[in-house]
Design a protein around this ligand. Structure first.
Ligand SMILES: [Zn+2]
Length: 125
């Protein structure tokens, strides 16, 4: 009896191309916009923009100095709207003038403490 071990070596080599194309791992990376380093220096904003109700640090467009704006509050549209609203509600006895005393509902007028020039106005409405 001749004993010959037949070792069947079945080659599972995938000769053909895979049915589904493998996605390239590199291609799936979402390449967002390049992270530009944030510029720290403050450019003089256009009047009316970048202003808030609080004093802001900025470069004065008039004297080009790094200043903190000086804010003066004056009655704006919202103030008088609240006055009108108070009148409608029925606050006749001077209560309607309360909004004119509240800075929070007033427009903020930004001026430069250095050159005293008008920079911009922050409007509530
Ligand atoms: Zn100035």
């Amino acid at each position: 009896m001749e004993h010959t071990e037949k070792t069947e070596v079945r080659s599972f080599t995938t000769s053909g191309p895979p049915p589904y194309p493998m996605p390239e791992p590199n291609a799936t990376y979402a390449t967002g916009p390049a992270l530009a380093p944030q510029t720290v220096y403050v450019q003089a904003p256009a009047p009316g923009t970048m202003l808030s109700a609080e004093p802001v640090m900025m470069t004065c467009p008039h004297c080009s100095q790094q200043i903190q704006t000086r804010v003066v509050y004056e009655s704006g549209a919202l103030t008088w709207l609240l006055v009108g609203g108070s009148l409608l509600i029925g606050c006749w006895l001077g209560c309607c003038l309360i909004p004119t005393c509240i800075d929070a509902c007033k427009d903020a007028v930004h001026t430069c403490p250095n050159c005293k020039n008008f920079i911009g106005k922050y409007k509530r409405l």
